[in-house]
Design a protein around this ligand. Structure first.
Ligand code: ZN
Ligand code: ZN
Length: 276
């Protein structure tokens, strides 16, 4: 009796399997028309989009599912949640991943066996070639003066800013003014003033013995060994720098004298008290 029951269950099981098999065989698998090539893109240059391309022969619809794997191995693929469209946008991540899709033919409430695409190698790589800056024009942000350097900057689209010095312009001396004529007994003096910053340059003019030219454009009275000194202007004025600061003396000396006078008076008073 037990043998009969076992045989019956076996037959029933086989029958079920064959029915399912026949049913599945009824719905034809989709056909993959074209496979995607491998994809390779520099990161930051837009996403890689994968396309599925399967057709069904008998008026059914295609259902897709995308898979990803870390290695080139179909046994390692796992389904990407929600990736059921015929396109898939690969997330931008540096490195290599393998993608494939499965397609089913859905027809009359039944579904075919899946067909799988090949594993598509997808790589996002980092930019390894050095970026060559493309700078705009220099922009002077601090103007140079006669004696101080200035600062200029220029910028690349990538955000890099380059700074450089602007050389000092140097004084722009006016034409010579002889303030003291040289004589056989004493040297003369020629004073130049900078047209930009009012700095003063004094040149000693030696008496050459050739002639005593009053003409300031004549250079015979200034050989190369003439000594010269330049007085740079301060922010107060070009002349004040050379003045002795008498006001400072007054500020220091007056209180000191005042203190001494008071101390002397106190000492005198104390002495008088001791005498009594
Ligand atoms: Zn740049
Ligand atoms: Zn100057």
């Amino acid at each position: 009796m037990k043998k009969v029951v076992s045989a019956f269950i076996l037959v029933l099981t086989l029958a079920c399997f064959s029915v399912v098999g026949v049913y599945a065989a009824v719905v034809e698998k989709p056909v993959i028309e074209a496979e995607m090539p491998d994809c390779y893109r520099e990161i930051g240059n837009g996403s890689i989009v994968l396309y599925a391309n399967a057709t069904v022969p008998n008026g059914g619809t295609v259902r897709y599912q995308w898979y990803v794997a870390d290695t080139e191995n179909m046994a390692m693929i796992h389904a990407i949640f929600g990736a059921e469209s015929d396109i898939y946008q690969v997330p931008e991540e540096i490195g290599v991943k393998w993608y494939c899709y499965a397609a089913w033919n859905v027809s009359g409430g039944a579904e075919s066996d899946p067909v799988y695409s090949r594993l598509i190698r997808v790589e996002y790589f980092e930019n390894t070639t050095a970026h060559i800056h493309s700078f705009c024009e220099w922009m002077v942000i601090t103007e140079p003066t006669c004696t101080e350097i200035g600062i200029k900057v220029r910028e690349c689209d990538c955000g890099v800013t380059e700074r450089a010095e602007v050389p000092a312009t140097g004084h722009n001396w006016d034409s010579g003014k002889i303030t003291k004529k040289p004589t056989a007994q004493s040297d003369g003096e020629k004073v130049y003033t900078c047209l930009n910053c009012k700095a003063i340059k004094v040149k000693t003019v030696k008496f050459s013995g050739i002639s005593e030219e009053s003409d300031t454009t004549n250079n015979t009275a200034e050989p190369d060994n003439n000594s010269e000194s330049t007085i740079e202007p301060t922010n107060i004025g070009s002349y004040e720098k050379t003045h002795f600061p008498w006001w400072l003396v007054a500020v220091i000396v007056v209180p000191v004298i005042g203190c001494i006078v008071i101390v002397v008076i106190l000492l005198v008073i104390k002495k008088q008290k001791n005498v009594r």
